[in-house]
Structure formats: structure tokens, C-alpha cells
Design a protein around this ligand. Sequence first.
Ligand code: FAD
Length: 325
Amino acid sequence: MAFSADSILVLLDVTPGGELAKSSAGLLGAAAAVGSPVALVVAPDGRLDALAQAAAALGAGAVLTAPREESALGVPVVDALAAAVTRVQPDAVLVSNSTESRDVAGRLAARMRAALAVDAVGVARDDEGIVAHHSVYGGAYSVTSAATFGPLVITVRQGAVDARADSAPLTVEALAVTPSGVPAARIDAVDEVVVSSTRPELRGAAKVVSGGRGLGSPEKFALVEQLADALGAAVGASRAAVDAGYVPYAHQVGQTGVSVSPQLYIALGISGAIQHKAGMQTAKTIVAINKDADAPIFEVADFGVVGDLFTVVPQLIEALDAKKA
Ligand code: FAD
């Protein structure tokens, strides 16, 4: 197979259940906007055909596949990605900023002496090649990074890219990979955590409703969940709400929690500390409800309500329910 001169190589994450991760559509959308997307899927043998088809449906003009032992972590993916870079000679390599792929990106960049740009919120092409856009220092600055030579390896924040690629006819190549022999971490056991919630997962959710210390107690935090359910949104929280035991840490948004880039972010009783803003400031529309008109959250909000959330939110839920009826 011959690859276009403007190829963008995209590593697609595969979930433990053997599906393409939700981040795949955004990665391929970003790649299609700046070049010709070539996907790489590394997964247990029996899953590769279905995954390649799914990748083409999301816009991969060519799909490279490489088998992987289910229990091996990291290294086999780096080996495959390095082989794919040699094969495709891409202008850039895009990977998800997920826990495993961040690690893969760092290892690949070190191995290939390539430049690494982490946690990008967008990619573009200028006269000299591919550049990555980042939102840094809690969203206070937007910066651009580029490589002086070689393909730029970019990790892309999940949910940050809205662009979607048109589906492409399936063109697959089984990639020849020579194992590097670098010791790989092994997965001994997987304990599946069954999430009984019908709410969307926070990471990558299109809508997020978050609550802060202003909620006052775990019982009252239920109001955040009620608004989330009325909107079909995921539930987030500030660190103060997590530390006070209103919700588990998995819901924490911010510098030491999850970074989200939803279409809609509603902050209830959250002051807007820089560490919180770091994780939500790239949301497309931000709504804040806070009784303190001087709360810093209003500096980043597109819409703000100065008022007691226990008065405002029930009315909001009522209005949403009335619209559905
Ligand atoms: P507060 O700052 O106490 O704000 C509560 C707000 O609720 C106030 O603005 C108040 O006016 C409002 N309020 C109270 N009652 C009502 C009511 N009835 N109606 C409407 N509004 C009401 N924080 C994070 O969120 N995420 C992180 O990842 C994170 N990482 C951190 C990392 C480090 C190293 C450090 C030092 C701090 C970190 N923090 C993080 C903590 C951060 O600095 C703030 O302390 C925290 O975000 C405050 O949470 P909050 O806004 O819920 O609480």
C-alpha cells in the first residue's frame, strides 16, 4: 500500500472489552482536518478485523493492524507504532491523552528522537507542517507547539476535538512488527468495575454538571445528580466537594482530577479556583451558579446566575422537565 505524503498516523485506543475507545472519532476527525488519516489498531488477533472496520467507518483512509497479547502493556504498542511510523512516514502521530497512550507516546518519542507535544486541545497545519494547540496554566494561556524536525508526536485531550471525518472504504494492511525485546509490564488480572449508573462517563462526556463545597453535604449533592439526569449529563465535582466526601474522587475535575472539554459545563457552588479551571476551561459553553457575584468562576462563564443554587437549580430542573413533557 502507498501512503499519501500528508499522512497523519493515528493510534486508536482499544477498550478492555475489545471496542475502539470513544476518543477514536475525535482523533480521526482531527487528523482528517490536517491530512490523510492512517489508523493503527493494536489488539488481540480475533478483534482486529472488526476494529479495522470500525476505524474505517470513523474516517481512517487506511488501517494498519498489529496483533497483541492481551496481557502485555505498553511496549508491544510502542513497537507497532514505531514500525508504523517507519512504514507510513507521517507528518505527525496523534494518540489519545489516555493513561496508557500517554506512556506509549513518551516512549515512542524517546525511541525515535521525535518531538512530543502533550495534552493538545487541537491540531492545525501551517506553512511548515503540523502544529499542536494547548491550553495551559489553568487555561490562562493558549500556546502552540511545533517540531523543528521529524514528525511531531501529539497526545490529544479526550473530548477536545469536535471535528469528525467522513467514513472511508476499508483498506487494511497487516503491519510487520519486529518486537524490540524491551521488557513489558504484564497484566496479571483485571477486575472489571461494573458501573451501575446510567449517566455518561465524565471523561469525554458532552455535558457535565459539577458541584462544589456550596452544596454543603452528601445528601444535598443529590441536586447536582438530579440536574445531570435532567440534562443527560455526567456528574463532576470540585476537590473541596470530593475531600468533604460528597462524591468519590473519580468525579473530581481539575488539575489533580479529570480534564474535561464538554459542549456544556455547569458549575454549581464552585468558586472557580485555578486548579479547578485547569480541568474545565476548554468547555465550549460554561454556566455558573454561585451566590457570590465576585466568584472567579464567573470570569470564565459564558452564562452566570448570581443566586442561591438551592433556589435556582430546582427551578431549572422543573423548566427542563416541563420542556420534555
Ligand atoms: P470553595 O472555594 O469553598 O467555593 C464554594 C463556592 O460555593 C463559593 O464560591 C460560594 O460562594 C459558593 N456557594 C456556597 N453556598 C452556595 C449556595 N447556596 N448557592 C450558590 N453558591 C454557593 N480543586 C479542584 O476543584 N480540582 C482539582 O483538581 C484541584 N487540584 C488541586 C491541586 C493542588 C495542588 C491544590 C493546592 C489545590 C487543588 N484544588 C483543586 C483545590 C482548589 O484550590 C480549591 O480549593 C477548590 O477547587 C475549591 O472548591 P470549591 O469551589 O467547591 O469550594
